[in-house]
Write a protein that binds this ligand. Structure first.
Ligand SMILES: [Zn+2]
Length: 340
């Protein structure tokens, strides 16, 4: 009897202690990693999109609905990345404290080109060709004006008609691959957790400070690692690396698939093939855990190499360490694959 009572008391104690830390739900593995670092030993956040899952296009499973229902705090990039999550968030987690990272102030969003420009990949190509993007830093509000600074006259890329149903416009949501933006988001994560769980404010503050310091170190390391990568020497698997390219001045020659990871049509492919056989592109990347056929087709008969890369942590173990591992692996892959 005594043993049972002791056990019951212990269970009650631990339940009470646990209840103080909110149940936190995150969208993708890199965001999960940042939140896990801020929570530290207090607890682990839940992850909605499995590492390697297609964040742009996912159907909510019953288990996901349960996670949303149980969440007291939700941290997600926003509907630019996961449009399918917008409505379930409002209907299944109406009372959760929701932090929408794309709406956080203090970082510099980049915009995809306007729809009427019809420049999905070409916008990226221009990006690679222009070295001076200092002008972008002037646009604190980042309206669409800078997209029109580039001359798209003469573009004749009918391949994009294949994507008629997809919006290539608006905010580029893949900002977590810029550790400087991630650092701003960590501050917002700390504030949201603290507002929901003020008792642990000091722990969240200390953990966030440590995370920010690690992000500074990571930024310095990656800057050194990437210093020798030639401009325009690689093709991204999908149009998701713009923030990384801007931060570390490693412009790509474009992307194989578009901003929502939709594969190119025949015209788009032949355009990419021309770019690779032209000789400047020495590396064609494909997504980790996906087929490399397209990359092989593009590099066949050329000296260009192929390699696997992930923007959202495919193949990595979710957790506090994932974020730095992911960015370091992107940088190392770029260096290896573009080296002659
Ligand atoms: Zn993406």
């Amino acid at each position: 009897m005594l043993r049972l009572t002791t056990t019951t008391a212990l269970v009650m104690l631990s339940t009470t202690a646990m209840a103080e830390v909110p149940r936190v739900l995150t969208d993708i593995a890199p965001i999960h990693s940042l939140v896990a670092q801020v929570m530290g030993d207090l607890g682990a956040p839940d992850l909605l999109v499995p590492a390697g899952g297609d964040a742009h296009h996912m159907a909510l499973r019953p288990s996901d609905a349960r996670l949303l229902d149980q969440a007291q705090v939700v941290v997600w990039v926003g509907e630019s990345l996961t449009p399918w999550l917008d409505e379930p968030l409002r209907t299944l987690a109406p009372t959760a404290a929701t932090l929408t990272l794309q709406e956080v102030a203090g970082w510099t969003p980049r915009m995809y080109p306007d729809a009427d420009d019809h420049t999905g990949h070409e916008g990226h190509e221009d990006h690679a060709d222009h070295d001076d993007h200092a002008d972008h830093d002037d646009h604190t509000n980042h309206d669409h004006d800078h997209d029109h600074e580039h001359d798209h006259a003469g573009d004749d890329h009918t391949g994009h008609d294949d994507h008629a149903g997809h919006a290539h416009t608006g905010l580029d949501p893949h900002a977590w691959i810029d550790p400087v933006a991630a650092k701003v988001w960590v501050g917002a994560i700390r504030d949201t957790l603290t507002a929901t769980d003020p008792d642990n404010a000091a722990t969240y503050a200390a953990n966030a400070a440590g995370t920010m310091q690690r992000l500074d170190t990571l930024t310095d390391q990656l800057t050194t690692t990437l210093a020798g990568v030639p401009a325009g020497s690689w093709l991204a698997p999908h149009d998701a690396f713009g923030y990384f390219e801007d931060r570390f001045t490693v412009p790509s020659a474009g992307a194989v698939a578009d901003s929502e990871a939709v594969a190119p049509g025949a015209a788009g492919l032949s355009d990419l093939r021309e770019r690779v056989s032209g000789g400047n592109v020495s590396c064609v990347l494909f997504e980790v855990n996906t087929a490399d056929d397209l990359a092989r087709t593009l590099t066949d008969g050329t000296t260009a190499k192929t390699a696997a890369i992930s923007v959202a942590g495919a193949g990595l173990e979710p957790g506090p360490a994932l974020y730095a591992t992911l960015l370091t692996s992107i940088a190392d892959t770029l260096v290896d694959c573009t080296a002659s």
